[in-house]
Design a protein around this ligand. Structure first.
Ligand code: B1M
Length: 232
């Protein structure tokens, strides 16, 4: 069996390289992930395909083994760090599309939750689609969201939650917006692995976004609809 050191990434074909990236992500090998991302870029892969087929797919494997007690927090942190290394290379390619400005979004992960990879991905793809994005990070109490949307005069508020224990906090934010009479001034989009459409509706969000690409589609459609209504 070949030793890890014997593998020359640039000599692998695309399928083997993607498979190797899944393994390297699993092992938290940031440099190898960065090298492989660069190779796929040179081979003409789109940033979106690299993200979804190599990085996100690899992270799904990590997630499954985390769930099943095969991987633990330190290993998953290394995998997340490797994933972020790959995402950092792709970010400028996703962001510099020259797309016309679509609107402004404030996005953050809710209080009690420190997962940020999905949120970062949504922020990157939204920027790539022409939205201005203000990322307020992780572990945000309601005050942070309210202060940011007002300060930034945002069109959209995006909230991310990855834990079943933190997703109800999205309702706290929306309810507070209602109490202050500002709910309808913003489009509220929510996302994160444990959410679904029904939950989005139940808490009073404008839409649940399954993934980053869907977030872009929904945001574009809703912003256009809002502009049309205002123009009518
Ligand atoms: Co955590 N974790 N984690 N974790 N972690 C999950 C979420 C879990 C499902 C793992 C599992 O058991 N299978 C599980 C939650 C179970 C549950 O709630 N029912 C879990 C747990 C339990 C925990 C801890 C409690 C573990 C512990 O300490 N015992 C702990 C909690 C810490 C906290 O937040 N308070 C914890 C910690 C961590 C790490 C720190 C080790 C690390 C996070 C590192 C980081 O983010 N910087 C981590 C990771 C990496 C994961 C998994 C493995 C991967 C998440 C991820 O990045 N996915 C995850 C397993 C899983 O999700 N399958 C897991 C890749 C990312 C691209 O996808 O985030 O789903 P995702 O984002 C998607 C969509 O969901 C959507 O678009 C994104 C891109 O397509 N989306 C949005 C997300 N946010 C959006 C916002 C939007 C729109 C769309 O706004 C408009």
């Amino acid at each position: 069996m070949a030793d890890e050191d014997d593998i020359i990434l640039s000599e692998l074909d695309d399928d083997e390289l993607v498979q190797q990236m899944h393994d390297d992500l699993y092992d938290g090998l940031k440099e190898e992930i960065e090298e492989a991302v660069n190779i796929l870029v040179e081979r003409g892969w789109t940033p979106y395909d690299i993200l979804t087929k190599a990085l996100v797919a690899g992270m799904t494997i990590v997630g499954n083994d985390f769930r099943d007690g095969i991987l633990f927090v330190p290993e998953v942190l290394l995998a997340a760090n490797a994933m972020k290394g790959g995402m950092a290379i792709l970010k400028p390619m996703l962001v510099e599309t020259g797309a016309p400005r679509m609107g402004k979004m404030v996005i953050g992960t809710v209080k009690g939750d420190i997962h940020d990879i999905g949120k970062n991905l949504v922020a990157m793809m939204m920027e790539g689609a022409g939205f201005e994005v203000v990322d307020i990070g992780i572990n945000n109490p309601v005050e942070n969201y309210l202060e940011a949307i007002e300060r930034e005069q945002a069109d959209i508020l995006g909230m991310s939650a990855l834990l079943t224990t933190t997703m109800p906090y999205m309702k706290v934010v929306i309810d507070t917006m209602k109490e202050k009479g500002i709910r309808d001034d913003y489009l509220v989009l929510v996302g994160g692995a444990p959410l679904n459409e029904e939950f989005g509706k139940a808490i009073g969000a404008d839409a649940y976004c399954r993934d980053a690409a869907v977030s872009v589609e929904i945001a574009k459609e809703m912003v256009a609809r809002k502009h049309n209504q205002m123009g009518a």
